[in-house]
Write a protein that binds this ligand. Structure first.
Ligand code: ADP
Ligand code: MG
Ligand code: MG
Length: 245
C-alpha cells in the first residue's frame, strides 16, 4: 500500500472548479514534485492533503485507511506536516521555543529550559544543524529558519512532509543544504511532496512528478529518463517546437 493515496479529488470554490477528479499517489522514501502552470490546482491539492481545505469529492488514504484531515493540526496528527512559503515560525522567539511551540512542555517531560535546550539540540542534530538554540530565530538565515521549520513539522507529523515552493528565497548553496536535509528524510522513509517552478531542482531532487493542468491530472511519471521537453509539454498542454537556427 502507498503511504498516501488520493483518488478522484474534486474541489470547487463558488462555481470555480479548482480540482476535478485528480489522483495522486505518494510512496515511502519518495520525493514527489507536484507541477503545473499557475492556476493548475497544485496549492489546492496540497491544502486538501494538509487539512487547510476539505475535499468535495474523492478519497484520501494514509497507509490504506481513509482519512479526513479537518484542520492543519488534524493533518499533523495523521502524519502529514507542512512548511509554507512564508515560513510559519516566530522570529522573535528562540530556536528552541519555536521547536516546541504550541506543545505542553510537561507532556514531553520538559519541566525546564535546560531540558528543552537538550531536546532541541537532539532534534536539530538529526539534520546536521549545530546551532545555538537559545539564539533568536531572526539571527539565522532563511535556509536555517526553513530547516528549523522542517524539523518541527517532521517531529509533529513524521510520515509526509509537504513543501510549497521551499526554494523561492534561497541561494544555490542554501538549496543544496535544503536538499541534503530532504535526502536524509527520504532515506528515513518519509514521503515528501514538493512544489517548485525550477525544473532543474525538480530533476535534482525528485523521483517522480504529478502534473496538473486546469484542475485536471495530466499524468504521473518517474523523472528518470523523462525528457525535459516532454515534461514542459505536459505542463503547458502543447508541443514545444525545437528551435533551429
Ligand atoms: P496553483 O497552486 O497551481 O497555482 P491553485 O490551487 O492556487 O493553483 O488554484 C487553482 C484554481 O482555484 C485557480 O483558478 C484559483 O483561482 C482557484 N482558487 C484557489 N483557491 C481559491 C479560493 N480560496 N477561493 C476561490 N478560488 C480559489
Ligand atoms: Mg498559484
Ligand atoms: Mg500555488
Amino acid at each position: 500500500t502507498p503511504l498516501l493515496e488520493a483518488r478522484a479529488i474534486g474541489k470547487s470554490f463558488l462555481g470555480i472548479t479548482a480540482l476535478d477528479g485528480v489522483d495522486f499517489t505518494l510512496h515511502r522514501g519518495e520525493v514527489h514534485a507536484l507541477l503545473g502552470e499557475n492556476g493548475a490546482g497544485k496549492s489546492t491539492l496540497i491544502k486538501i492533503l494538509t487539512g487547510v481545505y476539505q475535499r468535495d469529492n474523492g478519497t484520501i488514504r494514509m497507509d490504506g485507511e481513509e482519512i479526513f484531515p479537518a484542520s492543519v493540526a488534524d493533518a499533523q496528527a495523521l502524519g502529514i506536516g507542512t512548511v509554507y512559503q512564508e515560513v510559519n515560525l516566530l522570529e522573535n522567539l528562540t530556536v528552541a521555543e519555536n521547536l516546541f511551540l504550541g506543545r505542553q512542555p510537561r507532556r514531553f517531560g520538559m519541566v525546564n529550559k535546560a531540558e528543552m535546550r537538550k531536546r532541541s539540540r537532539e532534534l536539530l542534530s538529526r539534520y546536521g544543524l549545530d546551532i545555538d538554540v537559545d539564539a533568536l530565530l531572526s539571527s539565522y538565515s532563511v535556509a536555517i529558519r526553513q530547516i528549523v521549520a522542517i524539523a518541527r513539522a517532521v517531529d509533529l507529523s513524521g510520515k509526509v512532509l509537504v513543501l510549497d515552493e521551499p526554494t523561492a528565497s534561497l541561494d544555490s548553496n542554501e538549496v543544496e543544504m535544503l536538499f541534503d536535509v530532504l535526502r536524509k528524510l527520504k532515506a528515513e522513509g518519509l514521503g515528501i511532496i514538493i512544489i517548485t517552478h525550477f525544473l532543474n531542482q525538480v530533476y535534482a531532487i525528485a523521483d517522480r512528478t504529478t502534473v496538473l493542468r486546469n484542475g485536471r491530472l495530466v499524468g504521473s511519471r518517474a523523472l528518470e529518463g523523462l525528457p525535459r521537453m516532454e515534461l514542459i509539454s505536459m505542463m503547458l498542454g502543447r508541443e514545444l517546437q525545437h528551435i533551429t537556427r
